[in-house]
Design a protein around this ligand. Structure first.
Ligand code: URA
Length: 257
């Protein structure tokens, strides 16, 4: 992503974020948030026990996934709204310790309204099971909530329009770790263009939450031969780091090299 695209993404994201705050009933911006706009959109929710009458209403009432879904409504904020069948919000445990973020819905997801239910979803399910977890224990969502026609990459404007809602989901769930699935989600969340082969395997910071970039399940699906097994093990290595950070047991997998 060039600097120009990144900054227009930030500006568009800021604009949409401010209007989503407005939609959510906030009629003024607290100066502390306005002053931190460069690092937006990441308002910290104050401890409800310390909330005072002076604080704006939106900061006294914690956000919820239901509210975010309701705010999205029959979203037509970008042109993907015209071609999608179903908006794919996200699925899983609203208190998940671990959130997976993919790129955007494909055909199966568009039909069913649930992320990662097609071929790539079967691979992701295998990864989650191999980690000793259940799909219902984690939360799964995407950078954009509507299928780009023909499975093309989402455009900067579409990402920027959807970004505030993804951020609200993450801030509501408050996961301990995020896994960014593939180049696209990683580049979008981290604002970098480094190759995924270089980014994967090391924790990065996303608004104070450790983020592990790894290969996208579709990449594992389509990579042939020896390289495919290597990529599977790379993903496994990344997931073992995630499990260790979460202080969860790491299932033993014997690697035949
Ligand atoms: N690929 C993604 O990135 N997300 C999905 O939901 C399905 C396939």
């Amino acid at each position: 992503m060039t600097h120009g695209v990144t900054s227009s993404l930030v500006v568009a994201s800021l604009r949409t974020y401010l209007s989503s705050l407005q939609e959510s009933g906030l009629d003024g911006i607290p100066s502390s948030l306005a002053g931190e706009v460069a690092d937006m959109p990441a308002p910290t929710k104050p401890d409800p026990s310390t909330a005072t009458e002076q604080q704006p209403a939106a900061f006294q009432h914690p956000d919820s996934l239901q509210k975010i879904r309701k705010d999205l409504g029959e979203c037509q904020r970008c042109k993907l709204g015209k071609t999608r069948k179903n908006l794919v919000f996200g699925v899983g445990n609203p208190h998940a310790r671990l959130v997976f973020v993919g790129e955007g819905p494909g055909g199966d997801e568009d039909l069913q309204g649930e992320p990662f239910v097609g071929e790539a979803g079967r691979i992701l399910n295998r990864v989650i099971t191999a980690m000793g977890l259940k799909r219902e224990e984690v939360y799964i969502c995407n950078v954009v909530k509507c299928r780009p026609p023909g499975n093309r990459d989402p455009e900067a404007e579409e990402i920027a329009t959807c970004a505030p809602f993804l951020l609200r989901q993450i801030q509501t769930i408050k996961p301990e770790v995020i896994v960014a699935l593939g180049k696209f989600a990683t580049h979008t969340l981290l604002g970098t263009r480094d190759p995924i082969s270089k980014l994967r395997g090391k924790f990065r910071d996303f608004h104070g939450i450790p983020l592990m970039p790894t290969f996208h399940p579709s990449y594992l699906l389509h990579r042939q031969g020896e390289g495919n097994m290597e990529s599977f093990w790379n993903v496994w290595d990344d997931m073992t780091q995630v499990l260790r950070l979460l202080k969860l047991p790491v299932p033993d997998k014997s690697r035949k090299r």
